[in-house]
Write a protein of this length. Structure first.
Length: 142
């Protein structure tokens, strides 16, 4: 098996970002989650194979774009989503409101958010879950 290097001196940030978007190796994603390039970190934050510990750390990044990608990631933990739901950036809160892993407790708080898009997204998430739960109940009786 041929080894490759993720060394920033050998691969461009665009190449490392493409690897981060497409790879499913947690080990590679963990290495890339330490990268200095915001392009790479954004791609790592968006990848659903990124380990939760790395997503948690990336959720503390100063760049809102990276936090938005963590908030949108279906692998982000409920605890991290809850913390991000209090972010000053409304788009981060909006992504949390639409994430299927966001807890009902967090969604209940977000339906009262100051931003209308966040409130709408949280409400839509709650309604979708309610409809899905009703469908599951109906299927049990068929």
């Amino acid at each position: 098996m041929k080894k490759f290097s993720l060394d920033p001196n050998k691969l461009s940030s665009d190449t490392r970002a493409r690897i981060a978007r497409e790879v499913d190796s947690e080990e590679v994603l963990e290495i890339l989650s330490e990268d200095k390039s915001w392009k790479v970190l954004q791609a790592v934050a968006r990848n659903p194979n990124t380990p939760r510990e790395d997503l948690d750390r990336l959720s503390l990044n100063k760049e809102a774009l990276i936090r938005r990608n963590v908030a949108e990631n279906p692998s982000t933990s409920e605890e991290t989503l809850d913390r991000l739901s209090k972010d000053y950036d409304y788009e981060v809160r909006w992504m949390v409101a639409g994430n299927s892993r966001t807890s009902m407790k967090t969604l209940d708080r977000l339906v009262k958010d100051e931003d209308v898009a966040v409130r709408y997204s949280a409400s839509a998430n709650i309604v979708s879950r309610d409809k899905l739960a009703k469908l599951k109940i109906q299927e049990e009786y068929l």
